[in-house]
Design a protein around this ligand. Structure first.
Ligand code: FES
Length: 160
């Protein structure tokens, strides 16, 4: 029984790559052993992830640049830039006039694909929205892209 526990811990330490080995270890011997070991296993795996992400926010306050979405120069005049991770599109219809909208198409929820010729375009079904106010230029979408709050500070643009 004792030698059975040691290999499982070893497998856990090895990480997700050993899923086959873990499955074999659970299925090979006694169910009662498996239950006892399996219960702590799941929480251990869950607990292992949060510390990693908990460390990241503590670094963010000391690095203000990480908070910024982009710099002014990252948004072309008369165009815009899509930030897929943040699901935001920032536009600059005229010099030094920045706007931001949700990048989630109001038709069926695709992330918009490009900003071109004064419109924010969704590639899924062809909807187009004005870079000035997010209003619909071309359907099938019928509702505008909702505006997002941004803060322009010096050369940095960040979500408010
Ligand atoms: Fe954008 Fe359909 S989801 S046009």
């Amino acid at each position: 029984m004792t030698p059975d526990t040691t290999p499982r811990r070893t497998v856990l330490m090895a990480g997700a790559g050993s899923v086959a080995a873990l499955a074999t270890g659970c299925g090979s011997d006694g169910d009662s052993d498996g239950d006892t070991t399996a219960s702590p296993t799941a929480p251990d795996t869950d607990t292992a992830e949060p510390p990693t992400s908990a460390e990241e926010p503590s670094e963010s306050p000391s690095a203000p640049a990480a908070d910024a979405l982009t710099q002014k120069s990252g948004v072309p005049v008369g165009g815009g830039t899509i930030f897929k991770e943040e699901k935001v599109v920032v536009t600059q219809p005229t010099a030094d006039d920045f706007k931001a909208f949700s990048a989630i198409c109001t038709h069926q929820g695709c992330i918009v694909a490009k900003v071109e010729n004064g419109t924010i375009d969704c590639a899924c079904h062809g909807s187009k929205f004005r870079i000035t106010d997010g209003s619909v230029v071309n359907g099938p979408a019928t509702r505008p892209l909702p505006a997002e709050e941004i803060t322009v500070s010096g050369d940095s643009i960040s979500l408010a």
